[in-house]
Design a binder for this molecule. Structure first.
Ligand SMILES: NC(=O)c1ccc[n+]([C@@H]2O[C@H](COP(=O)([O-])OP(=O)(O)OC[C@H]3O[C@@H](n4cnc5c(N)ncnc54)[C@H](OP(=O)(O)O)[C@@H]3O)[C@@H](O)[C@H]2O)c1
Length: 282
C-alpha cells in the first residue's frame, strides 16, 4: 500500500481503528475520520508508533451531519490529491428514534446517507487514482431487513433493530448501484460483513442494552483484530483487484439477500438519497 492514500471513517474505535492501523502497517498514508478530536489524536499517535508510519492523521467530522461531511470532503480534496481507498465504516444502532442536525432519522443519516454523500463528494479524487476502491461496511443484519421506501425514517413506527437492518441493507443496495454507475471507470466498490465483533457497537444505548450486548459479545463475538480482516482484504488485497459490486464475508465473495439485489429498490433508494442529501451523482 506504499504511496496510496486511504480514508477510513469511524476510525477512532472498533473495526475502523484496526482497519486504519492495518493499512498504515502496509505502508499507506491513512486519514482517520471521527467525531472526537482528542480520541482521534490519541489513536493516531498509537498507530504511528505501532506501525512505524508517520503518514497517519486525523480529520474531525460528525458523519451524521451533512454540513460536516461537506466540510470534510472539501478538506480531503483540497490540492487535488488522488484518493486510493475509501472505507465507509462508520455505523451505529439507536434504540430510541433520534434525528440528526439535518432532521433526518439518525440511523439512516449516519449509516446510509453519510456513505452516499461522502462517497459522491470524493468521487473525482477517487477517479484520479489509477484504481481506487470504495469499501462499504455493511452487515449480515441486512438479511430479513426491508427497505421501507414509503417511510424510510420510521416516523410512523420505529424499532432500532429494524432501522439498523434497513441501513445495512441500504449499504448493499448502494454498493451494487454505485458499481454499475462506476462500471466505465477504474474505481471499484464492494461491501462486506465484518462478523459479529466485540467492539463498542451499541454502547450508546443505555445501561441495559449495552450490558446485554457486551455480555453477548463476550461469549460469541470475534475480537476487533479478526473483525477488521475482511475490510482490510477488500481494501488492500491483490485478489480483489478489478472486482466490483460484490458482497464479502470472511474475506470471500458471497451472495447477499434477495431484496439487496433488487435493482428497482436500489434505484429508488438512490433517488431518495439524492433528494435527502441534495447531492446528484450526475
Ligand atoms: N460490531 C459488530 O458486530 C458489527 C457487525 C456487523 C457490522 N458492523 C458494522 O461495522 C461498522 C463499525 O462498527 P464497530 O463495531 O467498529 O462500532 P464501534 O466500536 O462503535 O465504532 C464505531 C466508530 O464510529 C465512530 N462514530 C460513531 N458515530 C459517529 C459520528 N456521528 N461521526 C463520526 N464518527 C462516529 C465512533 O466514534 P467514537 O470513538 O467517538 O465513539 C467509532 O470510531 C459499522 O458500520 C457497523 O454497522 C459491526
Amino acid at each position: 500500500m506504499e504511496g496510496k492514500l486511504c480514508i477510513v471513517t469511524g476510525a477512532t474505535d472498533g473495526i475502523g481503528r484496526v482497519t486504519a492501523r492495518a493499512l498504515a502497517e502496509r505502508g499507506a498514508e491513512v486519514v482517520l475520520v471521527g467525531r472526537n478530536a482528542a480520541k482521534g489524536a490519541e489513536v493516531c499517535k498509537a498507530i504511528r508508533r505501532s506501525s512505524r508510519n508517520d503518514r497517519v492523521r486525523f480529520e474531525q467530522a460528525d458523519l451524521s451531519s451533512q454540513a460536516e461531511i461537506r466540510a470534510l470532503a472539501k478538506r480531503l480534496t483540497e490540492g487535488g490529491t488522488a484518493i486510493d481507498v475509501l472505507v465507509n465504516n462508520v455505523g451505529a444502532i439507536f434504540n430510541r428514534r433520534r434525528e440528526s442536525v439535518d432532521g433526518i432519522e439518525m440511523t439512516f443519516a449516519l449509516n446510509h446517507l453519510g456513505y452516499f454523500l461522502l462517497t459522491g463528494l470524493l468521487l473525482e479524487s477517487l477517479k484520479a487514482s489509477a484504481a481506487a476502491r470504495i469499501v462499504n461496511v455493511a452487515s449480515e443484519a441486512h438479511r430479513g431487513g426491508q427497505m421501507d421506501l414509503e417511510d424510510p425514517q420510521g416516523t410512523k413506527r420505529y424499532s432500532g433493530w429494524r432501522a439498523y437492518q434497513q441501513s445495512k441493507l441500504a449499504n448493499i443496495l448502494f454498493t451494487y448501484r454505485l458499481a454499475a454507475v462506476l462500471s466505465e471507470t477504474p474505481v471499484t466498490t464492494n461491501c462486506l460483513h465484518p462478523g459479529f465483533v466485540a467492539s463498542q457497537f451499541g454502547q450508546n444505548n443505555g445501561w441495559l442494552f449495552s450490558t446485554f450486548l457486551k455480555t453477548l459479545m463476550r461469549f460469541s463475538a470475534i475480537d476487533v483484530e479478526a473483525g477488521a480482516r475482511t475490510s482490510v482484504h477488500v481494501a488492500a488485497s491483490a485478489d480483489v483487484e478489478g472486482v466490483s459490486g460484490r458482497y464479502f464475508d470472511k474475506s470471500r465473495e458471497t451472495t447477499s439477500s434477495l431484496v439487496s439485489r433488487e435493482e428497482e429498490t436500489g434505484q429508488r433508494l438512490w433517488e431518495l438519497s439524492e433528494e435527502l442529501t441534495g447531492y446528484n451523482y450526475g
